[in-house]
Design a protein around this ligand. Structure first.
Ligand code: DP6
Length: 369
């Protein structure tokens, strides 16, 4: 596989870091990092976590992972060594996943080979809510590790640190690369954003006022684990007979979005967002073998949302992740009426009436101890 430009740059920098002696040998960092909801979806990838098409997402505010990393560096340590807890309790499956992730990072962070990490993470959203936690979890870990590196070897430019975190988060989970930035982020090379890259995400500049502070109310139609994992779903795109057209349409949608985000046309934004959600699920249905992650209440919610939009003329639209839950996006200017509608007319479709009200957020934040 050919090495990409930024990968080369990071590996070169890593060689230099490997020759340095740390400024300090113990310490701790704490971060909180949000989840994000894609408006143009990433679905399908090539080896090395390279997306088959570019994607754009809104960063959330309330759905976050909090992480604390205590580190100890010594030449004697044969690492990376990991003591991991989730919400204060041992969790062997998360722990195994994180350790194997740390091993893939050694090429970029050679100091990990002489480091013992004690990590605890926790999510603000309920564990069983069926919300994808990999985006917030992997970005929190990547941001935290980049700060550990800063503390060990001296200060770096914050923008460079975000780019590196996004790159490293991507290696853990593709959608996590976008969680490093507030408001909205793009991952993947796309024509109308000159600095876009398949190696890391970038922040979207010049977002029209009508999108700022946008709301996302999440209907928990079904919690628990999905029948088909995202990894398998991405993989099935390799043999999906419609994938080539899908990747082309995604690029067209990205180009249309670049105009819409600047001119503030919410109804076109909703048009693309809903089309993307239905396309994502139609890709699942047309995979070989095909599968369906929507539930009857997912479809019923979509009908009710569209009916409400027809009746009121208000800007409200839905999107779906790789699961049954429904994300409802709307501008903050309509928040009172739409929240009312959601709480009174959609609650009966949700598991135990569960709805999470979230909105566009500022991105990762360092937690002061
Ligand atoms: C439907 O980022 O979870 O949410 O890279 O294998 O970890 P991995 O996949 P993941 O896929 C997310 C898919 C999606 C769309 C999106 O977020 O763009």
């Amino acid at each position: 596989m050919t090495m990409r430009a930024y990968e080369l740059e990071l590996k070169y920098a890593a060689k230099k870091i490997a020759e340095l002696t740390p400024l300090e040998t113990t310490g701790s960092v704490s971060w909180k990092c949000p989840s994000n909801i894609a408006v143009v979806k990433y679905w399908g990838k090539y080896s090395g976590q390279i997306p088959a098409n570019s994607s754009i997402s809104m960063t959330l505010k309330e759905a976050v992972t909090k992480i604390r990393i205590d580190y100890k560096w010594s030449r004697e340590i044969k690492g990376p060594k990991l003591n991991y807890t989730f919400e204060g309790k041992e969790n062997s499956s998360f722990s195994r996943r994180i350790l194997s992730y740390l091993l893939t990072l050694v090429d970029f962070m050679p100091w990990l080979q002489h480091t013992e990490l004690t990590i605890d993470s926790a999510n603000t959203f309920p564990h069983s809510a069926g919300i994808a936690s990999s985006a917030s979890a992997m970005s929190a870990l990547a941001m935290g590790l980049c700060e550990v590196e800063e503390k060990l070897f001296g200060n770096k430019d914050m923008e460079l640190c975000k780019r590196k975190s996004s790159y490293l988060a991507r290696l853990g989970s593709g959608s996590a690369s976008r969680s490093v930035y507030g408001q909205m982020a793009i991952w993947g090379k796309t024509a109308n954003w000159a600095n876009s890259s398949e190696e890391y995400a970038i922040a979207v500049e010049d977002i029209h006022d009508s999108f700022i502070g946008m709301k996302d109310s999440i209907l928990i139609i079904e919690s628990g684990t999905k029948e088909v994992s995202s990894s398998l779903g991405h993989d099935l795109m390799k043999t999906n007979p419609y994938s080539k057209v899908r990747f082309e349409v995604a690029e067209e949608n990205m180009q249309r979005m670049s105009v819409i985000l600047r001119n503030g046309d919410i109804s076109q934004f909703i048009d693309i967002m809903e089309n993307e959600a239905l396309t994502l699920h139609s890709m699942m249905m047309t995979s070989q073998p095909g599968y369906i992650l929507m539930k009857p209440n997912t479809v019923e919610a979509i009908h009710r949302i569209r009916d409400y939009r027809r009746r009121t003329g208000l800007s409200i639209g839905f999107t779906l992740d790789a699961g049954a839950n429904v994300h409802i996006l709307y501008p903050k200017s309509h928040a009172v009426s739409i929240t009312n509608f959601i709480n009174s007319e959609l609650k009966d479709l949700c598991e135990q009436g569960k709805i999470l009200h979230d909105e566009m957020g500022p991105g990762p934040e360092r937690i002061k101890e």
